[in-house]
Design a protein around this ligand. Structure first.
Ligand SMILES: [Zn+2]
Length: 158
């Protein structure tokens, strides 16, 4: 299983400044090249390829992490819609692009077409300004919603 040239693996070395959270199984960050305000990536910490590459612990926790990230995006951006996109083609390492679709996104750029805004709407400074709020909202929502699903031996490390 090649991890060379895998952007999702490379994110393990990314600075804390881009991180919304990292736990034993999952990380959520702003990715270089995807710096549109309200766009984040939730990725498996290890090079797990596709849905079938996830182990039981990852499968059982993904929904809770995605729900908390989604809630954090909604809370911080007040976007009327949020999207979760999983392609697994450019980078088969399991990850989800999670996007807040703001009121300013025109109808012809909604749903799948929102990806066309990736370069045009990139604004790293504004994207990073959202991070403190996203971190706080994620922590709040994750603690409220999913600690029961995390094995006890992990809780002490959080
Ligand atoms: Zn990888």
């Amino acid at each position: 299983m090649s991890t060379q040239g895998c952007l999702m693996c490379e994110m393990e070395g990314a600075a804390e400044e881009v991180v919304i959270f990292r736990d034993e199984l999952w990380a959520c960050e702003i990715l270089p090249g995807y710096e549109v305000p309200g766009w984040v990536v939730l990725r498996a910490r290890r090079h797990a390829v596709g849905w079938t590459g996830l182990d039981e612990a990852e499968l059982n926790s993904f929904g809770h992490r995605a729900r908390a990230v989604d809630g954090a995006l909604k809370r911080v951006t007040h976007a009327p819609a949020t999207y979760v996109m999983i392609f697994g083609e450019a980078y088969p390492h399991f990850h989800a692009l999670m996007v807040a679709r703001g009121v300013d996104v025109p109808p012809e750029r909604r749903t799948g077409d929102i990806l066309k805004l990736r370069a045009e709407w990139a604004d790293p400074a504004r994207a990073h300004q959202l991070l403190p709020g996203l971190r706080a909202a994620y922590t709040d929502l994750a603690q409220a919603g999913d600690l029961d699903t995390i094995p006890t031996h992990w809780r002490s490390q959080r």
